[in-house]
Write a protein that binds this ligand. Structure first.
Ligand SMILES: Nc1ncnc2c1ncn2[C@@H]1O[C@H](COP(=O)(O)OP(=O)(O)OP(=O)(O)O)[C@@H](O)[C@H]1O
Length: 261
């Protein structure tokens, strides 16, 4: 069963075609990677799925329902969460408050309930805090719980971004270059974490990543973009040996020097 269906989607910025006739499916419970050279259209695709941009043509279906025309908050409420290439946290807020803020969009109590300090609001807040603490424990963020986000090491900030995304209880998690700036050890830990998340939270994961080792290690399907178009799609084995991918994305030298092995 497909959780996401991208149907002939196109997006232009003035004369520049950023995404052109993109068409692919993401199977429920899978880990799918979108790869391609800089400027290939990967982040634009994520922005189209999450409602940041609207497609000029085509359709995007989530659980069979079209996302076209929906604002990002509506898309999030349906169960799609994302992390960003350039980490977006509340720098001066503590770790626990960063996750609490992310969870608030899903809580029932409004600002007046909070101001009036209603009993149902206090119960909901207490439950939410319990859930936040559970997420922080799961992601090994407990030692940093009261630390402002800006003080965290880079790899920990990336985990906090994931905690914020999970706080919205998504069905589909989009990760935009989650390994960027990470050491090889942190990247290895991240690949283990992504697999665990998928299993423990029954998620479907769609990720953009330049780290080929991570992509080949954890993806079940790979979609390859170049100049806004899909040039290949398939399993890691199929992609690894596809000459169009080697040519367009990695260059012949990558094959020769063993980068792409
Ligand atoms: N808001 C925008 N306005 C104008 N052009 C844009 C905008 N967003 C993206 N583009 C252009 O669309 C093309 C695709 O960009 P996009 O960021 O989607 O590529 P990418 O594959 O994510 O690249 P990278 O790997 O460098 O992040 C690029 O040429 C980019 O300059």
């Amino acid at each position: 069963m497909n959780v996401l269906e991208v149907r002939c989607v196109g997006k232009q910025f003035g004369g520049l075609v950023a995404v052109d006739q993109i068409d692919f499916d993401v199977e429920k419970g899978s880990i799918t990677a979108v790869i391609g050279p800089n400027g290939a259209g990967k982040t634009t695709l994520f922005n189209l799925v999450t409602g940041v941009y609207q497609p000029d043509r085509g359709d995007i279906l989530f659980d069979g329902r079209s996302l076209v025309g929906l604002r990002p908050d509506r898309v999030a409420a349906l169960g799609i969460a994302r992390t960003f290439q350039n980490i977006r946290l509340f720098a001066d807020l503590s770790v626990v408050d960063n996750v609490r803020v992310a969870m608030h969009g899903r809580l029932k109590s409004g600002i007046f309930d909070i101001l009036l300090n209603r009993r149902k609001t206090r119960i909901e807040e207490r439950r939410a805090l319990g859930e936040v603490c559970g997420l922080l424990a799961y992601l090994d963020l407990e030692p940093w719980i009261n630390e402002p986000a800006k003080n965290l090491p880079y790899g920990v900030q990336r985990r906090l971004e994931i905690a914020r995304a999970l706080a919205t209880r998504p069905k589909l998690l989009l990760l935009d270059e989650p390994a960027a700036g990470m050491s090889p050890r942190e990247t290895w830990e991240l690949s283990e974490l992504i697999r665990r998340l998928r299993d423990d939270f029954e998620l479907t994961v769609l990720l953009i990543e330049h780290d080929m080792k991570l992509v080949m290690d954890i993806s079940e399907r790979i979609v390859v973009l170049d100049y806004g178009r899909i040039i290949a799609g398939g399993t890691p084995e199929e992609i690894r040996s596809d000459p169009r991918v080697i040519e367009a994305y990695l260059g012949r030298s990558a094959v020769a020097d063993g980068t792409y092995s």
